[in-house]
Structure formats: structure tokens, C-alpha cells
Design a protein around this ligand. Structure first.
Ligand code: SF4
Length: 550
């Protein structure tokens, strides 16, 4: 297949919501979704508490009784009934500060968005598997194992004509093997970029088409473990509890590390609890590893009682786009999130609301907006991106992001101790200019370094990640001399420490991406190398993690 009407890059919640919406409105439209994972949901990892209004908006037009379907019952099995918003003061003391959210609700302050009550707890990986089935049943062509490499964009005409796929069957040196398959170009009338955070093709498109962000995108990385616990521990935790904990081990009121982020806990399934740590990539400590913070979080007295003695059965890592409203890539003249016949959705655009600590609802809504926009533009598909942006406004996505628009930048500039409280003033606070995440690294050391190094090999194995070994590395160190002459002396090669899969090592005195097969596709190295010296490209389709319940 080398021609389709609508080509969607990325079978995540946003891309599949677009496909489902469009197919429902225009059954005759040919829609193809391509995805680099070998199966639906394999590359999807998230928090995740979800506001189900977005799912209702997606499914109700197709099946008014969707909520009663066995799939919805299974996926939305746990409703939030115990919303623990905590502050950890040191490794023992924990305070539930949910009262501050109640006060914010009464005073109608932005902070009230932090409440998760009434939301549902789900596995995004399982959700995506379900969405894949729905889309396929409706007649959408969903093809797994095909990675996109570039967009064919005609800047004179201002339109995109297709997507080039990654070639397959090269050996490590780039020589064609008997199983070689050329990187075909799939042509399309409309292209939907829904690749997830820091999308390879999306970023190329932003550059080619002259889109701009008003503020630098800020990222965080989340590392997560699913732990099998005892009946007693699970009962004590309860199936309706979500924990979001600020403070230790990322920041403390006195002389703390001053990093943005926090720990999360939620039930996954019977006797399984997810424990995660999300850390803003604007950390300053060259020896910091997000998994060290996860270890500290797990050892906190409040967390430990629920998981001690448990077995980690699955793990993973991903980046989250945190910049919000001002970091959306837009066409300067029209403010469209995309351009002409190219639409940018979900995490690829950056629709995460960090005040809510959620983005899934907006990703799905962006898919609905894209599906409706394309259906409404058949006579002039070059108006699709503008129509899509209009619908994002109508569905409330833009307004919601606007309400939270300065939060992450305030914290980046002022640190969590001052940045978080000052955010109650919302839009009245000035818009601070922020640096890129990698620019703020220093030679300072993280003060809560655990005694034992985190076992990254086991972590990568629990993500079930694999790539065909005999292919060129998809991780490039741009200039080896920069690592040796500048990075080592100033920062002590931080990629070796922060990569959650232990991909980077010193080999023969040189820093190398020694274990590319372990890569989890989180892209942290591309955004946190302090000298901007690493590039992540897409490996052959089918490689990468194989998440099941994350
Ligand atoms: Fe993430 Fe880069 Fe490590 Fe891969 S190599 S797991 S993209 S930090």
C-alpha cells in the first residue's frame, strides 16, 4: 500500500481516537494508522487517572451503551475514591494536603484542578489495545511494526504529500541484507501526527513547515514499576486510591534538591500496585538518575508499607511534554496546531495539563477534533489544520491549557518551593522565559543518592524491550570528542547515569550507546544530554518495549 486518504502516524489514544471518529463520520474514507510497536499498546505507558468525559465523547456517538460494554467495564474497573495528594517531608513523614485542593475549590482557584476524585484509574497500554480493536472492527487499517522516518513536505505549496518509512534489513554497518526492505513512502491527502512525546517526524515537520513554540518545550521523565503485593497490602491500599506525592526525594523546604515532580501510586489489577516517579528534565544534578528517586520513594515509610516484600513484574519509562499552552507548536500566521493538511495531536503537540497531572483526556479530545475536522473539510483538505484548531477550542482543550499555562514555567524559573504556591495567582503571574532542559545541567551532585545502584538491566528486561541486534544503532553521539573533552570533565558523562535502560557505557575510554537493544524509546538522552550531543532516530519497526499493563 503506498497511497491512502488519511495517514495517521502513531496508534496511541490520540491517533486512534482520530481514526475512530473519522471512520464513524465518513465510513467510506480510507484511513491507515502506522505504528512502530509490534502490537497495539506495546509502546504506551502512563500514570494514569483519566477523566472519562473524553472517552464518552469518543464512544457515545458509536454506541450509547459503551460504558456497559465488557471492555469498558474491564478497563475502567477502578474509580478514584481515595485521592491522596501528599507532601513528603523527608523519608518518614507524610502529610495529606488534599485539604488545600478543597480550599482551592471553594475559592475557585486553578489549583482545584489537582483533584482526581471521580476519575478512573486505567492502564493506557490496555486502553490502546482496546482502541486498536475498535478501529480495526470499523474498517481502519492499523499496521504495526512500521516506523516513520520523515515527512515529505512541499514548502512551495505548503502541503505534505506523504510519510517515509524506516528501511529494514540493514546490518550494523548499514549494508543491505537479503531481508532488506526499502523505506517506502506512503502518500496521503491528509497526515495526522500522533507519535507521542518528542515525535521524530513531528519535530522534523515543525522545522520544515516553520512552526514555532512561544516557550521552549519542557519535558519530564517518568519511571514506573508494577509490583505484585500481598492480599493484605492490596486490601490496605484499596482499589480506589491514587497517591500523588510532592516533596522528598525531589525537593524539601530547606536546602532541598529543588526538582519538580513527584511520586505516584495506583492500583493496576488484583494484588498489583504501580509505583512511579516523574521528574522534570530541568534537574541540575549531573549524577541524578530518576530511578534513584524512585528507590527513595519506594523506601519512604508511607509507600513501603504497601509494597515491601512485593515482586516487580513490569517496568518502563517515558517522557512527558510539560510546557503546556505556550509550548504548543503552531503556525505563526494562523495559530493552527499543524499546517494545511498536517495536524499534530496528543503528546506530539503537548496537550498535557501539569496542574491536573493528566494529558490522556486531552489527547483523546485532540483525536476527536482531528477526526471531525477532516470529515468537515473534504472539499478543502488544506484547511484541516485550521479547522482542527477551531475544534480544539470548541472542545475546551485550549481553554483548559490556558488556565494552567504558566504553571510549569513558574516552577522551572522559581523552583517548586516558590513556583508551586505562586501558581495560585494563575494568569496574573508574569510569563517567565525558560531555558531548554539540557541547558541547566551543572556539576553539582544529588544529595539523596541511594547506597546501591539501581539495577537497570532488570528494569529493561521487565519492559520486555528488544530490537533486532544486527541493525545500525538508532542512537547517535554527534561528536565523540565533545563527550571526551567537554562532558566528562564538567558533568562526568550523565547519560550513563540517567538513561533508565543503561544503554550508555564507557567503552575503551569513550562514551558509547553500547546497548541500543535495551532502549525504551523514552528519548530522555536526546533532551537531557547537557551538550545536546545525542540524537534518537527510529529503529526498524517492531522493536522497543512491549508494555502490557502500564
Ligand atoms: Fe531512553 Fe535514550 Fe536510554 Fe533509549 S537510550 S532508554 S531513549 S535515555
Amino acid at each position: 500500500m503506498n497511497k491512502t486518504s488519511v495517514l495517521i502516524v502513531g496508534a496511541g489514544p490520540a491517533g486512534l481516537a482520530a481514526a475512530i471518529t473519522l471512520k464513524h463520520q465518513q465510513p467510506e474514507t480510507e484511513i491507515c494508522v502506522i505504528d512502530k510497536a509490534s502490537e497495539g499498546g506495546n509502546h504506551n505507558l502512563s500514570g494514569a487517572t483519566v477523566e472519562t468525559d473524553a472517552l464518552a465523547m469518543l464512544f457515545a456517538p458509536i454506541n450509547p451503551n459503551w460504558r456497559q460494554s465488557p471492555q469498558a467495564q474491564e478497563i475502567l474497573g477502578y474509580k478514584v475514591t481515595k485521592d491522596n495528594t501528599m507532601f513528603f517531608a523527608g523519608d518518614k513523614f507524610a502529610f495529606n494536603i488534599a485539604f488545600s485542593i478543597k480550599i482551592a475549590e471553594k475559592l475557585n482557584l486553578n489549583f482545584a484542578q489537582m483533584s482526581h476524585e471521580g476519575n478512573y484509574i486505567l492502564s493506557i497500554s490496555r486502553l490502546v489495545k482496546w482502541l486498536c480493536r475498535v478501529a480495526k472492527d470499523m474498517g481502519v487499517e492499523v499496521i504495526h511494526g512500521f516506523a516513520a522516518e520523515d515527512i515529505i513536505y512541499d514548502s512551495a505549496q505548503n502541503i505534505a504529500t506523504g510519510i517515509k518509512l524506516v528501511e529494514q534489513g540493514l546490518d550494523k554497518g548499514g549494508k543491505k541484507q537479503p531481508n532488506y526492505i526499502a523505506g517506502e513512502t506512503i502518500c496521503a491527502d491528509v497526515i495526522v501526527l500522533a507519535e507521542g512525546c518528542d515525535g521524530l517526524v513531528t519535530e522534523k515537520f515543525i522545522e520544515k513547515a516553520g512552526l514555532a513554540r512561544r516557550a521552549n518545550q519542557l519535558y519530564s521523565v517518568g519511571v514506573k514499576e508494577i509490583i505484585k503485593v500481598s492480599d493484605e497490602q492490596f486490601k490496605k491500599f484499596t482499589t480506589g486510591r491514587v497517591v500523588h506525592a510532592m516533596g522528598y526525594p525531589l525537593w524539601t523546604p530547606v536546602l532541598g534538591p529543588g526538582m519538580f515532580g513527584g511520586g505516584v501510586m495506583h492500583p493496576v489489577s488484583e494484588n498489583h500496585i504501580a509505583v512511579g516517579m516523574i521528574v522534570g528534565l530541568d534537574w541540575k544534578y549531573c549524577d541524578f538518575n530518576p530511578q534513584d528517586a524512585l528507590t527513595n520513594f519506594k523506601n519512604h515509610r508511607f509507600v513501603k508499607k504497601f509494597i515491601e516484600g512485593g515482586t516487580v513484574v513490569e517496568a518502563g519509562a517515558k517522557m512527558i511534554p510539560e510546557g503546556g499552552f505556550y509550548s504548543l507548536p503552531r503556525t505563526p500566521q494562523t495559530s493552527a496546531v499543524g499546517k494545511s493538511n498536517v495536524l499534530i495531536l496528543g503528546d506530539a503537540a503537548g496537550f498535557v495539563n501539569m496542574l491536573k497531572i493528566k494529558g490522556l483526556h486531552n489527547a483523546i479530545k485532540s483525536g476527536i477534533a482531528a477526526g471531525r475536522a477532516i470529515a468537515g473539510c473534504t472539499s478543502n483538505l488544506n484547511a484541516a489544520a485550521s479547522k482542527y484548531t477551531e475544534l480544539l477550542n470548541m472542545l475546551g482543550v485550549m481553554e483548559e491549557l490556558k488556565q494552567a499555562s504558566r504553571f510549569r514555567q513558574n516552577v522551572a524559573k522559581l523552583g517548586p518551593l516558590f513556583g508551586i504556591p505562586i501558581s495560585v495567582f494563575g494568569q496574573k503571574v508574569p510569563m517567565f522565559k525558560v531555558k531548554k532542559d539540557y541547558e541547566v545541567m551543572t556539576g553539582r551532585k544529588y544529595k539523596y543518592k541511594p547506597e546501591k545502584n539501581y539495577d537497570k538491566t532488570t528494569f529493561a528486561a521487565l519492559a520486555a524491550t528488544e530490537h533486532r541486534e544486527e541493525q545500525p544503532s538508532h542512537l547517535t553521539i554527534v561528536n565523540g570528542n565533545t563527550c571526551a573533552q567537554k562532558c566528562k570533565s564538567k558533568f562526568d558523562s550523565p547519560c550513563i547515569t540517567f538513561c533508565p535502560a543503561g544503554v550508555y557505557e564507557t567503552v575503551g575510554g569513550q562514551v558509547k550507546a553500547a546497548n541500543p537493544s535495551n532502549c525504551l524509546h523514552c528519548k530522555t538522552c536526546q533532551r537531557k544530554c547537557p551538550l545536546d550531543n545525542i540524537r534518537w532516530t527510529a529503529p526498524e519497526g517492531g522493536g522497543g518495549p512491549r508494555y502490557k499493563n502500564t
